[in-house]
Design a protein around this ligand. Structure first.
Ligand code: C2E
Ligand code: CA
Ligand code: CA
Ligand code: CA
Length: 277
């Protein structure tokens, strides 16, 4: 009887209800807790191969503490995207990042740029560039200290919108970077014709190149092509010395990964940057 059909249906329903309930709570946290401390930005330093220093970092959202405990990006980012909440969250993040950059600069710390992630949904906002410019301007943050990361899938979905936005940001000195390159969505012909400042090779490309010589050769040649076209190339997901050596051999300009540092809270990031200056 325990393994009977009805028992199973009952079990599935219970599991589904629990999932829905959890989702409802995550949405509630995203909606109600945006302004207090439940959501924080973490920063992961990015290493510049030429200078041997960390002038860049990626901002990554964290919910370390909430009425339902910590919630991880793999759970809350999809929920924020499906509900559309990500649009306003991103503006709040951009504002927080501007304030952090201002703080670092007030301490005399040199900031190359801090990367902010933009989801595909952001690009469906008709007033996107106005909002972005307004937030950066009202903080008095140098435009060049912000780099907007958008993914390969966003580019595939709306190449024209992304291209126009990239041109506009470039006019104002705001940097643009393609994220997750190599996850299989973008047309290389499209990518090479848009003037992104940087292309970030997805971690999967780095990892597969460790195991497969053909992949390594392809990624090395891709890196060279991007560089010849005037783009900077970042490798992400570098965890080991062997991976670091490999991507240096590819000729990448910058390296991001646990090998150097994990994402860390503001105060730690400040210490990290101070320690090298
Ligand atoms: P992403 O934009 O590709 O961010 C890089 C992810 O790789 C981060 O995961 C980072 O912690 C992780 N990572 C960095 N170095 C290594 C490494 O050496 N090894 C491994 N295994 N992982 C590494 P995280 O913070 O969990 O974020 C996951 C994804 O969630 C992000 O992928 C991004 O798509 C999304 N996300 C996170 N924060 C934000 C945000 O503020 N806004 C938006 N729109 N999306 C965000
Ligand atoms: Ca990213
Ligand atoms: Ca990425
Ligand atoms: Ca990703």
């Amino acid at each position: 009887a325990k393994s009977g059909k009805y028992g199973q249906i009952c079990y599935c329903d219970k599991e589904m209800l629990e999932k829905l309930e959890r989702r409802r709570k995550v949405i509630q946290v995203l909606k109600e807790k945006l302004d207090d401390e439940s959501f924080q930005m973490y920063y992961q330093p990015i290493y510049s191969v030429k200078s041997g220093r960390f002038f860049y970092a990626e901002s990554l959202m964290r919910i370390p503490d909430s009425p339902i405990g910590p919630i991880y990006p793999s759970e809350f980012i999809p929920v924020a995207e499906e509900t559309g909440l990500i649009v306003n969250i991103t503006y709040i993040i951009l504002d927080k990042v501007c304030k952090f950059i201002n703080h670092l600069m007030s301490k005399g710390i040199y900031v190359g740029s801090i990367h902010v992630n933009f989801s595909a949904l952001q690009f469906s906002q008709p007033n996107l560039s106005e909002r972005v410019l307004e937030i950066i301007r009202s903080n008095g943050t140098p435009m060049s200290a912000i780099k907007i990361e958008f993914t390969e899938s966003t580019l595939a979905e709306s190449p024209q919108v992304v291209t126009d936005f990239t041109m506009k940001m470039k006019e104002h000195g705001i940097k643009m970077g393609l994220d997750d390159f190599g996850t299989g969505y973008s047309n290389i012909a499209t990518v090479i014709n848009i003037p992104f400042g940087t292309v970030k090779l997805d971690k999967s490309l780095v990892w597969v190149s460790m195991k497969n010589e053909n992949s390594a050769l392809a990624v090395k040649n891709l890196t060279r092509t991007f560089k010849e076209l005037g783009m900077k190339v970042i490798a992400e997901g570098v965890e080991t010395e062997a991976q670091r050596k490999l991507v240096v051999d590819f000729g990448v300009d910058q390296i991001q990964g646990f090998y150097y540092a994990k994402p860390m809270p503001e105060a730690e990031m400040e210490e990290f940057m101070l320690a090298q200056s």
